[in-house]
Design a protein around this ligand. Structure first.
Ligand code: 8X3
Length: 251
């Protein structure tokens, strides 16, 4: 029985990845804050694919909660695949107008929580000599755009962590992949614009953005490669996007 541990599993790319991996026969540990959404997802996957899901209703930043859980249920932290999908951005203000509390939130979730969860799952993978850590990077981890200094810094950090981890576990059989999407229509922009749905919708207007399912299929493709194949990094953008600042919109 293959298992995947997915953070940020209640929505967006995390939820779509749960669906894509369940369809390929993996059983799941689903971590996110919103228990009702995790419950509904687990029920629908059980019905559709017979998937067994464990639900972990926790804020991914809750270090003490994670440590307690790892002690009580170490098996949860021994998945075949870890997908670090939890992540967010806040605002597009220039740095000089930024909110340091929001910087903390972005860095704590995108970087520190990702490190902590990965750290918790690695010992079992290394003992087994197999396992796959998938990071949700971003095009923002390759290129910086105006108003994106802190978010781009967090995703550049994810890229550095991915590369560093790959070297640290080299020779162990553990694979490390980063999937780095451009514009994907999810709740990402609504969160970034602090609940402003109208402004969020404009980000995806006039062209066909990626869907969460598009990215989930990319992740599933990476995971399904034979054990000797490690897809190191996949950058995926909508066809209408040529760079982080170039999007061809109609009208
Ligand atoms: C999300 C892509 O361009 O909004 O990681 O930063 S972008």
């Amino acid at each position: 029985m293959r298992t995947a541990f997915i953070t940020g599993a209640s929505s967006g790319i995390g939820e779509a990845t749960a669906r894509a991996l369940a369809a390929r026969g993996l059983h799941l540990t689903l971590l996110a804050r919103r228990e009702d959404r995790l419950q509904a997802l687990a029920e629908s996957l059980a019905k559709a694919h017979g998937t067994r899901s464990r639900i972990v209703a926790l804020d991914v930043r809750d270090a003490a909660g994670l440590a307690r859980l790892a002690k009580a249920e170490p098996d949860l932290f021994a998945p075949d695949v870890l997908v670090n999908s939890a992540g967010l951005a806040r605002g597009t203000e220039p740095l000089q107008e930024g909110n340091p509390d929001e910087w903390d939130e972005v860095i704590d979730v995108n970087v520190k929580a990702l490190l902590r969860i990965t750290r918790l799952c690695l010992p079992a993978m290394l003992r087994r000599g197999s396992g796959h850590v998938v990071m949700l990077g971003s095009t923002a981890g390759h290129w910086v755009y105006p108003g994106g200094a802190v978010y781009c810094a967090s995703k550049h950090a994810v890229r550095a962590i991915t590369e560093g981890l790959r070297m640290d576990v080299h020779g162990s059989g553990v694979r490390v992949t980063s999937v780095d999407p451009g514009l994907v229509e999810t709740e990402f922009s609504e969160v970034r614009f602090r609940g402003d749905k109208e402004r969020a919708a404009k980000v995806y207007q006039g062209y066909q953005p990626l869907t969460a399912a598009d990215v989930a299929e990319t992740i599933a493709w990476c995971v399904e490669q034979p054990a000797h194949v490690n897809v190191q990094d996949v950058v995926v953008m909508p066809t209408a996007q040529a760079s982080v600042t170039m999007v061809k919109r109609s009208g």
